[in-house]
Design a binder for this molecule. Structure first.
Ligand code: BGC
Length: 721
């Protein structure tokens, strides 16, 4: 088995949405869905831009899809050689994880089309395609190549005022509706001379129409270069797009390909986990690492990653806690610059978080549950549509999932502890920690006897139970946040005056005095037979099986949570909650209690979120449940190979890639199986290899140096790279 690629034979338009994700090319700046070059909107083509958002009327704000600069469509003797229009004799498509190259080969009978394309890792504005047409009959071939504006949007259209330009590079440019951001896409093309050529501007974009007389047995190849820029990149995106794609054309496809492959080689050198003993697992790990690495912001030092990566507009292209808790670990251990960028994004969006807290009548920083550019809250009050009534359902993720601020603090602290680098705290990180702690001080409810502090009306990671009191996970996260704020004084002990100045600047004196007092009093959860109660009253809910709850569904797409959901009145939970707490705070339970909690909660967990299985797997490693850990590892790592995972929440489409699982797969392998711990640049391992795995070998970066962790069934070593 080739553990470095995924191949699919056959074409079914019904799989187009899923395949667009599984065969995605991306480079952190844009995501190019894995659909054929000739695809119209029904096959969901998209070039999704990182960090560019727009809203149409009162629909959901979402990322902008750029016009498709790699649009190509062949017609032979008047017949379209196009999937979706002509049934192929056979079709094969492939993504190569090592190089991020998408390949397709479609035999339409009269002609075979083959292409290779990629989103350049060497120049993030560029996408390239080499398109080869082999003919089986004589006649006239017409190739339309250009920038297509007939693209897929969920809540669009986002672009208007299109203007086109012909010439050596074709150009389409337009403006987003809400903020007037200019988006420019250019395309140039290289092919052998001969035949006629004209340029057409239509409602669907700007195209070069190339006509050739072809003979059976002949081959015609074109190389296509496309560049995307927006006015967020610079003052003249139109000029930059044209210049960049003409420069690429000048350099040629092969040279651009070499630079791209080299960039990917560097990424793999810093992050590849080699797993020997099970090819399916090795392939799934490559897939996971490919997908997470492909969407990492390498062109910016202050961008984060949306929950569905760059695979489209689902989840509004928003940044969730997924970034800090699930993506961050792989990056901080292998490519700390990217981890830094995720956190810089939160530092920069602190004003948005302060504004959100204010809107709810609190002080401090309440980060958006679904954060868009500048810290805009993308989460609406109605995030689900009821499948029976078709009415929007009031959901409370935005208002009540308050652990988000503490999650940001958790990652800030981890960054400091793992890398030993204090600069991020100095550059605004300390301020974020203090403002998040202040938010919890203002959100806390002191009990009448003043001896206990509750956090009432919250939602924990298990979103099916809304508006609960004292969610164990949330309270633990808050404890950690307040404690981190208090420990800042120690972190800055060599510059006490600077820290005091910060407290003064934030008018923090009174809050500072409160921190320790509240921290001591935060409610502790009830423990029954060694099992921690997920929230006050959870044990009193109906205790029934997952199958029982599933059998009560009247529609497979029905939402399980909220007031009317089938799970709400039961102990069935959506995703790891108490166990997520155990995974993030290894000392919170002794092993026997961890075992009891694991055994209690796992059968009661739907794993209805792709964030769940990895938390159970990580904790399973600790208590020696290695067989279970292995199964959950496969479930996590294979998600973007199989394409499985929930596609619907009520009537809302939520499909896409699953970066949190991708990061989860890295966590299970490195933190779980290898037992990796890094602190202040020091590395420790504590191997717990499932018996199927013969060897696990991977790099980590500590204090700017690279080390190799090499684990076999006989034990583990830490080697200099
Ligand atoms: C999960 C959240 C997660 C979000 C984005 C939801 O289904 O419950 O925990 O942050 O998806 O991945």
């Amino acid at each position: 088995m080739d553990t470095w690629s995924l191949e699919k034979i056959g074409f079914n338009p019904k799989d187009a949405a899923l395949d667009g994700n599984r065969f995605l090319c991306a480079n952190g700046y844009l995501g190019l869905r894995g659909v054929p070059e000739e695809a119209g909107p029904s096959l969901f083509p998209a070039v999704t831009l990182a960090g560019v958002y727009d809203q149409v009327q009162d629909r959901w704000r979402e990322p902008v899809n750029a016009p498709n600069g790699l649009y190509l469509r062949l017609t032979l003797n008047g017949r379209p050689m196009a999937l979706g229009k002509t049934d192929p004799v056979c079709h094969r498509q492939k993504i190569d994880y090592r190089s991020g190259i998408f390949e397709r080969e479609t035999d339409f009978g009269p002609a075979i089309v083959r292409s290779h394309r990629f989103a350049s890792m060497a120049d993030c504005h560029l996408t390239l395609d080499r398109y080869e047409m082999r003919f089986r009959e004589d006649g006239e071939a017409v190739l339309r190549a250009g920038v297509s504006t007939d693209i897929w949007d969920i809540n669009g259209p986002h672009l208007s005022g299109f203007a086109y330009q012909g010439g050596d590079a074709l150009l389409a440019h337009a403006l987003t509706g809400e903020k007037g951001i200019r988006v420019a896409v250019a395309q140039s093309l290289r092919t052998e001379d001969g035949g006629e050529e004209s340029v057409e501007e239509t409602e669907q974009g700007v195209f070069r129409v190339l006509r050739r007389a072809v003979q059976a047995g002949s081959v015609w190849t074109v190389s296509v270069f496309s560049a995307v820029f927006t006015s967020l990149d610079g003052a003249d995106p139109e000029k930059a797009a044209v210049k960049t794609c003409l420069r690429a054309k000048e350099e040629g496809f092969s040279a651009c390909l070499r630079a791209h492959e080299e960039a990917w080689e560097n990424i793999w050198e810093s992050s590849e986990i080699v797993l020997e003993g099970d090819d399916t697992a090795a392939r799934a790990l490559h897939a996971s690492q490919y997908h997470l690495n492909a969407i990492a912001p390498r062109h910016s030092d202050r961008l984060s990653i949306p929950a569905r990566g760059l695979s489209g507009q689902t989840y509004k292209g928003a940044v969730f806690w997924d970034s800090e808790i699930f993506f961050f670990p792989m990056f901080v251990h292998t490519q700390p610059k990217i981890a830094r960028s995720l956190l810089r994004y939160r530092i920069d969006t602190l004003p948005g978080a302060i504004k959100k807290a204010e809107e709810y009548g609190y002080r401090g920083a309440f980060y958006p549950w679904e954060s868009q550019e500048g810290g805009v809250e993308g989460c609406t009050n109605f995030n689900v549509v009821d499948v029976f009534t078709h009415r929007p359902v009031r959901t409370y993720f935005r208002d009540k999932q308050i652990h988000i601020s503490a999650d940001v603090v958790y990652a800030l602290r981890s960054y400091y502890e793992i890398t030993g680098d204090r600069s991020l705290l100095e550059e605004g990180g300390a301020r974020v920690i203090l403002e998040c702690a202040r938010f919890y001080l203002s959100r806390a409810c002191a009990h009448v006897d003043d001896e206990r502090v509750d956090f009432d009306d919250v939602i924990g990671p298990d979103e099916y139970h809304e508006r609960v009191r004292n969610n164990a996970f949330t309270n633990q996260m808050i404890r950690h946040c307040l404690n981190t704020a208090l420990e800042l004084r120690e972190v800055f002990s060599d510059r006490p005056e600077r820290f005091s100045a910060l407290l003064r600047e934030l008018h923090y004196e009174k809050d500072w005095a409160l921190l320790a007092r509240v921290l001591e009093r935060i409610s502790r959860p009830r423990v029954k037979n060694g099992v921690t109660e997920q929230f006050d009253g959870y044990f009193d809910l109906e205790d029934c099986s997952l199958d029982m709850v599933r059998s009560r569904l009247r529609d497979p797409r029905e939402y399980w949570g909220g007031d009317h959901g089938v799970a709400g009145t039961t102990q069935i939970i959506k995703q790891a909650d108490v166990i997520a707490m155990a995974a993030l705070f290894p000392d919170v339970f002794p092993d026997d209690q961890l075992n009891a909690n694991w055994a209690y909660y796992e059968p009661r967990t739907e794993h209805g979120s792709s964030l769940s299985a990895c938390m159970y797997a990580l904790t399973a490693c600790r208590i020696g449940r290695l067989e279970e850990a292995w199964k959950l590892f496969l479930k996590t790592a294979e998600i973007d190979v199989s394409g499985e995972g929930k596609q619907w929440a009520g009537e809302i489409y939520i499909g896409g890639t699953h970066p949190a699982s991708n990061g989860g797969a890295w966590m299970i392998a490195a933190l779980g199986f290898a037992g990796l711990k890094m602190r202040n640049g020091r590395i420790e391992i504590n191997p717990r290899l499932p018996k199927t795995v013969k060897r696990l070998r991977f790099p980590v970066t500590a204090s700017g140096k690279r080390f190799i962790i090499d684990i076999t069934q006989a034990g583990g070593k830490i080697l200099p790279a």
